[in-house]
Design a protein around this ligand. Structure first.
Ligand SMILES: Cc1cc2nc3c(=O)[nH]c(=O)nc-3n(C[C@H](O)[C@H](O)[C@H](O)COP(=O)(O)OP(=O)(O)OC[C@H]3O[C@@H](n4cnc5c(N)ncnc54)[C@H](O)[C@@H]3O)c2cc1C
Length: 492
């Protein structure tokens, strides 16, 4: 089939999927006023793959000669990582880094699993799944699919294991047949679920190594439109009946949607299964496949695009009314520019420190990427704060862009111009800054940065445990030894 056009992607979403939003089932996500423009945003990304300007950056020839998305590449060298990053940056820049789960995120995830597919043949269940992972990878690349992924069990009682819950609502295996198995229950959170073709159900984070956890320990893939799959969306942050598109340009285009997904006795054929009743494999899989490293290569590329967008926005806002002539504002802007450079440096360094995986590919440095990631949500909060404080009262004093063409247009043109900008540009810029810094959309963005890849509290603990500290502590040992020797020499 090869690379899809935006039109083909939009057509693929009209498949009878069960998407629920604000109390009603959505008949056609591409035509819904709260979802349609996001679908359009993804379609535009697909069209970019066909644009002569981007084709060679965004795509590469696949094994069958047809071109496939660059994120399907299985990187074998540092240069491959840089090439993949360049592709991911193009889509991230096209969406100001505000669209977390562009399709490259999960394409790269499946390519990573496939490169390590042998791991899936070492199952405690005795079944071999490597061929399934490989076949799915080939399908995803050949059909240029969009996927969402879900790996978190519902929050009922977080102090207990999933199999000890008083309400047994987490997604679990309920029946096994010769052809496959049935699952029932819920998982969260599927970002982009309303706009995806497929759901990748990944192992939930930390499954107890206990037989009782077996029913909850699996990985599989299923179409979004599979019978029994219900996508229950959070309320939309897209303003309805806005005065003008330019008042909320980010909210309107980039609300990628988050949803919990309920599976009502959904059938999963064996050929779509990656892990089955295997807590040990669920816990090992991220490490053995280097999935966390590769995921973070995409997310930190996107974070760089976002940092650049926010820094550019803050600088432009400051220049609009010349508040960048004040040292306090200069310091605040410099801090954002330092964030950009730090992010860039960490991303590039992660590639330079790439390690062979042992199965022909390379993985960027996890410690470097996770350092970037664990800092980013704090830095992002500071960026939002900088746009707010630099924008200050302007953010609410500047009216709708629609006023320019309304009854009081000439008045607004006169009063909204600044020392450096005509009213048209100033209003457009300020509404963009307001959308990026204090809209419902921007609040969701901040929450996303904190949690999209797991709980930062527990991630920081893992960072401490996984960091190769011996080299550092060894230095302290040697220093203590030499100080002791020196002290003995001095006292003798
Ligand atoms: C906008 C957004 C998009 C997301 N997109 C996706 C997605 O596409 N796919 C996906 O799979 N997931 C996604 N997630 C889910 C994300 O992975 C989870 O939010 C994250 O793992 C944290 O889990 P939780 O939200 O259930 O919080 P909980 O686990 O319920 O934690 C709530 C609070 O309690 C604390 N806490 C809970 N348990 C412990 C513990 N054992 N030790 C110490 N502290 C604890 C946490 O630190 C946290 O502050 C998304 C989340 C958000 C907010």
């Amino acid at each position: 089939m090869g690379l899809r056009t935006g039109r083909q992607y939009l057509d693929s979403l009209r498949d009878g999927r069960q998407v629920y939003l604000e109390g009603h089932r959505v008949d056609d996500v591409t035509a819904d006023p709260r979802l349609g423009l996001t679908a359009q945003t993804v379609a535009e990304l697909y069209d970019m793959q066909h644009d002569a300007k981007w084709r060679d950056t965004l795509t590469l020839p696949g094994p069958d000669g047809e071109r496939m998305p660059m994120a399907c590449m299985q990187p074998r060298t540092i240069e491959d990582l840089a090439r993949r990053r360049a592709a991911m940056k193009v889509w991230a820049d096209a969406t100001c880094g505000l669209f977390g789960r562009t399709p490259d995120f999960m394409n790269l995830g499946i390519a990573t699993l496939a490169a390590a597919s042998h791991v899936f043949d070492q199952s405690a269940s005795g079944r071999n799944f490597a061929a399934n992972v490989q076949a799915y990878y080939e399908k995803v690349c050949r059909e240029d699919l969009t996927m969402t992924h879900i790996q978190v069990n519902p929050a009922v009682d977080r102090s207990k294991q999933v199999f000890q819950q008083t309400r047994d609502i987490a997604l679990k295996i309920v029946k096994e047949t010769d052809a496959g198995f049935y699952v029932n229950g819920m998982r969260l959170v599927g970002t982009l679920a309303q706009f995806a073709n497929e759901i990748v159900v990944m192992p939930s984070v930390v499954v107890a190594n206990d037989d009782k956890a077996g029913d909850y320990a699996f990985a599989f893939v299923t179409p979004v439109a599979a019978e029994g799959v219900k996508i229950i969306s959070r309320p939309s942050v897209v303003p309805q009946n806005p005065g003008h598109f330019l008042d909320h340009p980010l909210s309107i285009q980039y609300d990628e949607g988050d949803a919990v997904i309920v599976f009502e006795n959904v059938f999963v054929p064996w050929e779509r299964t990656f892990i089955f009743r295997d807590p040990a494999m669920c816990n090992a899989i991220y490490k053995q496949t280097f999935l966390a490293e590769h995921y973070s290569h995409q997310t930190m590329t996107r974070a760089l695009a976002k940092a650049e967008f926010m820094a550019g926005l803050a600088c432009k806002m400051a220049a609009a009314t010349k508040v960048d002539s004040f040292p306090n504002v200069q310091a605040q802007l410099a801090e954002l520019l330092i964030f950009v450079e730090t992010q860039k440096a960490l991303l590039m360094q992660s590639e330079q420190l790439a390690m062979p995986t042992g199965f022909g590919t390379v993985a960027p440095s996890k410690m470097t990427l996770h350092a970037a990631q664990l800092h980013f949500y704090d830095r992002y909060a500071k960026m939002i704060d900088a746009v707010r404080t630099i924008g200050a009262g302007n953010l609410i004093g500047v009216p709708s862009y629609a006023e320019l063409s309304g009854e009081i247009g000439p008045l607004v043109s006169e009063y909204m111009a600044t020392a450096t900008m005509e009213a048209d540009e100033r209003i457009q810029l300020t509404r963009l800054a307001a959308d990026a810094s204090f809209s419902a959309f921007s609040g969701r963005q901040a929450l996303y940065e904190r949690y999209y890849q797991g709980d930062p509290v527990r991630k920081v603990c893992s960072y401490y445990f996984e960091y190769p500290k011996d080299e550092l502590t060894g230095r302290i040992d040697r220093l203590l030894e030499s100080l002791g020797e020196k002290a003995r020499r001095l006292s003798s």
